[in-house]
Write a protein that binds this ligand. Structure first.
Ligand code: UDP
Length: 357
């Protein structure tokens, strides 16, 4: 069977790293990179470090608003799907590339498989939430990271077939975290010691696009009483610069600004941090797997299981709540939440079974 996979941004390169290998053992994969993320630091390094195969098509459609970007991707993917004539279109997560790939496939009558289906923050102001919901209702095969997301899909009465396969990012994290944990170089480069710093990431539109919220984010980071390593997402860097806030962070002694890091360096820092401060989805999950407490800079999360297990606290941009969360004792238990590291194979099994059903 021929599978057209559409990816475009950093977390999707990580997800594809878990699936492309097992998929290519049994089927033909045509990989399309929309170019949503195109900087080497957010794109090329993930292909080389994680062994993601070279894309057959690179569309180079990085800029513009969400609607412009989605429209340009659709315009490019429509003819491409007609040309390649795949048996299935495979999409991951909740980005513009996910929605455009899903819609291009569904409009062409090609079954769409959605990996990481059923995630919900129930916050329709997030562009990611719109992409998730719409893609789930387009998809024929909905592959979930856990039972909770499958329950959301049942409640929404989606038309496609639902299966719980585990989380593909977990496959990659379980493979790379033990190796990264032994790598001191990224800590040395950042000038920090194991257990003595907080690793922070922020890039959600809701946190960085509004200058008032961005200022609160900066105040929060400056209030942390430990060194804070902050690999700056380009979007965040640009917004900080425009708001005149970059200097405040750059000159604060405790904040160590770095460019966005490759997966291995970032994972080395993640596994040995005292805690994570983040608005990323993937990072909440990776912190949980590494046994590092997470403080999430949002008031909702799709990864509710990590909160229920006591390893993740939602503080939005409330500095006092964040400091209290950083102080709290760790839970005694850390149950397995998102699978056993074999989700990539289960995705391929589900696709194969779907085709022959
Ligand atoms: N990540 C990375 N380098 C960084 C920051 C994040 O390799 O400087 C990885 C992280 O380990 C995770 C993924 O990027 O696998 C998360 O991507 P992001 O936060 O951009 O997206 P989200 O998960 O929020 O959709």
């Amino acid at each position: 069977m021929k599978v057209l996979t559409v990816i475009g941004n950093r977390p999707q390169f990580v997800k594809a790293a878990a699936v492309s290998g097992p998929l290519r053992e049994r089927h033909e994969e045509v990989l399309v990179h929309t170019g949503q993320h195109y900087d080497d630091e957010l794109s090329a390094i993930f292909f080389s470090e994680l062994g993601v195969p070279r894309p057959a098509y690179e569309l180079g459609l990085g800029n513009g608003t969400n609607t412009e970007q989605t429209a340009r991707m659709l315009a490019a993917l429509g003819p491409l799907v007609a040309d390649v004539r795949p048996d299935a279109v495979l999409v991951y997560g909740d980005t513009n590339s996910t929605l455009a790939g899903g819609l291009a496939g569904a409009q062409a009558g090609v079954p769409v498989a959605h990996v990481e289906a059923g995630m919900r923050s129930f916050d329709r102001r997030m562009p990611e939430e719109l992409n998730r919901v719409l893609t789930d209702h387009l998809a024929s095969l909905l592959l979930c990271s856990a039972q909770g997301p499958a329950d959301h899909l049942a409640a929404e009465r989606v038309a496609g077939r639902v299966a719980v396969v585990g989380d593909v990012m977990v496959d990659v994290a379980l493979l790379f975290q033990p190796r990264a944990r032994a790598d001191d170089a990224p800590l040395r480069d950042a000038g920090v010691e194991a257990g003595g710093y907080v690793l922070a990431t922020a890039h959600r539109a809701g946190n960085v696009d509004d200058p008032a919220r961005l200022r609160r984010l900066v105040d929060l980071l400056l209030a942390v009483p430990l060194p804070v390593v902050l690999p700056l997402h380009p979007r965040t860097g640009a917004r900080l610069e425009a708001a005149g806030l970059l200097d405040r962070l750059a000159t604060a002694g405790r904040v160590r600004l770095t460019p966005p890091l490759g997966y291995l360096a970032f994972t080395a820092l993640l596994t040995r941090a005292r805690a994570l401060l983040t608005d990323s989805g993937g990072v909440q999950k990776e912190a949980y797997l590494a046994g590092v407490p997470c403080v999430t800079l949002r008031d909702t999360t799709e990864w509710v299981e990590t909160v229920q297990a006591g390893w993740n606290v939602l503080v939005d941009l409330d500095a006092r709540a964040a400091l209290a969360a950083l102080e709290r004792p760790l839970p005694a238990q850390r149950p397995q939440l998102y699978g056993d590291g074999q989700a990539g194979r289960r995705v391929v099994d589900a696709l194969t079974g779907f085709r022959s059903a």
